[in-house]
Design a protein around this ligand. Sequence first.
Ligand code: FAD
Ligand code: SIN
Length: 530
Amino acid sequence: MKTSENRIETDFLIIGSGIAGLSFALKIADFFKDSNITIITKGEKNESNTKYAQGGIASVWNKTVDSFEQHVQDTLIAGDDLCDENIVRMVIKNAPKRLKELINWGVQFDKENNNYLLGREGGHSQDRILHHKDITGFEIERALIAKVEKQKNIQFLTHHYAIDLITEHQVNKKKTHRKDRITCFGAYVLDEKQKIVKTFSAKVTMLATGGNGQVYNVTTNPIVATGDGIGMAYRAKAEISEVEFIQFHPTALYNPGEYPAFLISEAVRGEGAILRDYYGNKFMHKYDPREELASRDIVARAIDNELKKSGTPHVYLDCTHIPYNRFQKHFPNITEKCLSLGIDIRKDYIPVSPAQHYICGGVNINKKAKTSIKNLYACGEVTRSGLHGANRLASNSLLEGIVFAHNAFKNLTKRYHKIKTPNNIPLWNDSGVVKNMEKVLITHDRNEVKTIMSNYVGIVRSNERLLRAERRLKVLYEDNKRLYDHSELSVDVCELRNLITTAYLITQFSKKRKENRGGFYSADLVNNNH
Ligand code: FAD
Ligand code: SIN
């Protein structure tokens, strides 16, 4: 790795190109026409959790049957009393406006007779999910990227990996503490193709790095979801919370060896699909009166319980009674995927089991998307905004991304002119690095993190399991420190550092939680359910 002379000054540095990062970029580019905006992303332009979103975006659309109040109540119930109600009300009230903006930017949601088709998912009391077939996220990425590419003041850099945020810690060599008023001045970024570390100084940095599903063996999240944002924010001493609330999606396609796990959208249950155990019996009535449409935490735990009781590897989703034309029209991608595996949904049940899907907590932000670090904003899955509480309501995540991107933008229209261009930012320094570590050690450690988290910090946890995870992660943490210092800087080694940090934080926060609530469940707290 060459020590870089590459210093880049930008007004806005946006890390991540999912719905959160791209929608923020578009707003900023349009308003601050004379500013320069840089989006960096670690993979291809559209590679993100957003790209894989299936079900759609929740918003009250048909006010004759639905209301903001019903959407608010559904969100609060799913969040198991841990949501910030003011935030929930703000997000839900703003949803229709933000969706109209997406539509104006070119996102095409499905319509029939000129009316938007509204789907339903677990935990929703009304049909209110706008969607584009079963590839809503792919459509959103397509439209937003096309729009971003037309903006002259946006520079969009792929295969640029953010390593660390720049704060006083690097600039003044000052030791910073979590309680200090810390300022962000940009980020150090690895340009993978040129193999140099660029120093991006920015007036405003937006962290929109998404989730961390890769800490688990079975996840619906793509390979880029390695918790980098949480890792970077944690090292920069930002406040982080509620990361113990990991959401497991009840119905990922059971297809061992396929990574990431292919999702069978909850909207399929919204269309009437029924869960059956390995032997064909219905079981959801034993767990919740809403049966298949209970919130995700409840359905995932019910399936987990059925699997543990029977010792079978999966349950089934029965769609055989749903009119095929209707199913195929709404879910062409799922139909095709099933057919490719010889599953004909007209007569075959789909084998499914739970998979890690979403992290409800993250970097703390306020209503304006400000983190505890000055000039560092964050939005989307990387954050803890107060919207989701202990369990996210289906299809509220894409919504969260666009609402907080908008709020960050609004806040910056008032304060951007006061932000000074940072100076004195030191270039990245990798002198003293000895490059003698075998790469295979990174792979081994990455697999170990996944196994530890899947075995000990999964759907059902316990004190003993958490202790085991903690002990093993501490060893990995120490090993990784040596690996990081002694091997050539690469995305793999940086990702491993973030995976370990995120896994460790999830475990620590889990140890501190003393009641079962939403997506958090410990076998030792059965008498202490919220
Ligand atoms: P992402 O879309 O994940 O984008 C993060 C970006 O940051 C990526 O571009 C990534 O490459 C980049 N990045 C990460 N680290 C770095 C780094 N160090 N340097 C540079 N770039 C970096 N939610 C819904 O509301 N409705 C749905 O129907 C739905 N379906 C889903 C289906 C699947 C299979 C999955 C996985 C998720 C689904 N979700 C859904 C959740 C939702 O898609 C995500 O929570 C949401 O898209 C997150 O958006 P984001 O912009 O915050 O992050
Ligand atoms: C799905 O389509 O089931 C995923 C929806 C979500 O994660 O919100």
